[in-house]
Design a protein around this ligand. Structure first.
Ligand SMILES: [Zn+2]
Length: 340
């Protein structure tokens, strides 16, 4: 009896073992299948994300923040998917939004391009061109160009003012506080003749003005005080020395935005400050060539220099021949900056 009873038990044991093997093999196969699927989805997701990444890159700085947040969210879904096949598709589809994190790493390569604090425009122009230019035909129904002159007043500013007056056009002068004090009558004349004035700061030294967001604002406030003391007017237009890229990182731009100042860069560089004295025909050629290829209203960077004043008659004539009206900047215009 005992022997008979034992045999069935042994058989049951063997059957259970075989069954377990089947089950385990089946589970393993299912798991492997699941992994395969995961990999595929992940790849697809990367591709889908590319466009997003590019878009994010265009904006420049702010992204790193998004990236960190997104990277964190991404990790979790991956771990969960490990064993659950049916839900994988859903969770992978959600990823696309979160993958862009990979991009920020692509940005650094772009920064080197603009690493130098010089007013080099070539790099910046494409960025500016991407944004729609709202100013185009706003005021007169014709094309509008904005001439801007930095670093004055100087001994050459009166000559420039004469030329602007003769052509019956208005411009914008971004002034340095020390120069306003040195040439107070010229500063007054700029205002009296209906041009716009903007602030360009005090030191014009990158290591000083860009020490912190506060030092930028302090220099602009000081410049505004000097401007008011001498000309009787204040302004909310500013242009930072060397342009806002790459020095004005996000904290700087936020501080400026909160301050109420309106920051302007440019989209045409006359290159008149690329050397101590730039030949006037080079200045003329640069301006006309860049304006010709620009799809938006030109905001042209000049400085109050001798050869600039010599190039100006030809530039004014040519711009007018092309149908441009020339107006001053004002705070009701959407600013052109290297960051938008
Ligand atoms: Zn300057």
């Amino acid at each position: 009896m005992q022997q008979i009873n034992k045999k069935p038990r042994k058989r049951k044991g063997i059957m259970m073992a075989v069954l377990s093997l089947f089950v385990l093999t089946g589970l393993y196969g299912a798991l492997e299948y699941g992994k395969g699927n995961q990999v595929q989805h992940a790849k697809t997701t990367e591709k889908e994300n590319r466009p997003l990444d590019l878009a994010a890159t265009d904006d420049g700085e702010p992204e790193p923040i998004d990236v960190e947040r997104e990277a964190g969210t991404e990790v979790e879904p991956v771990e969960q998917q490990g064993g659950k096949q049916p839900e994988q598709q859903v969770s992978t589809e959600q990823k696309p939004d979160k993958k862009p994190p990979a991009e920020p790493s692509k940005k650094p390569p772009e920064q080197p391009a603009g690493e130098k604090p010089q007013p080099s425009v070539p790099i910046k122009q494409p960025e500016v061109e991407k944004r729609p230019d709202p100013q185009g035909t706003k005021q007169t129904g014709q094309q509008v160009a904005y001439l801007t002159f930095d670093d004055g007043p100087t001994p050459f500013t009166p000559q420039i003012l004469d030329l602007l007056k003769a052509a019956d056009v208005k411009a914008t002068f971004f002034l340095l506080s020390g120069q306003i004090e040195r040439y107070p009558d010229v500063a007054k004349r700029i205002v009296a003749e209906g041009h716009a004035v903007g602030l360009h700061g005090v030191t014009h030294v990158a290591s000083k003005i860009y020490r912190s967001p506060q030092t930028v604002l302090q220099e602009m406030d000081t410049c505004n005080d000097v401007l008011q003391k001498i000309t009787g007017v204040r302004t909310d237009l500013i242009r930072v020395p060397f342009g806002s890229y790459p020095h004005l990182t996000l904290p700087y731009r936020e501080a400026i935005a909160h301050s109420g100042y309106q920051l302007w860069d440019w989209n045409v560089d006359s290159t008149d400050s690329s050397a101590l004295s730039v030949p006037s025909d080079q200045i003329y050629r640069q301006v006309i060539e860049q304006v010709t290829h620009l799809k938006h209203s030109p905001v042209i960077l000049f400085h109050d220099k001798k050869t600039t004043s010599e190039a100006l008659p030809g530039i004014l004539q040519q711009l007018q021949a092309k149908g441009y009206g020339m107006h001053r900047l004002s705070s009701d215009l959407p600013p052109v900056t290297f960051w938008n």
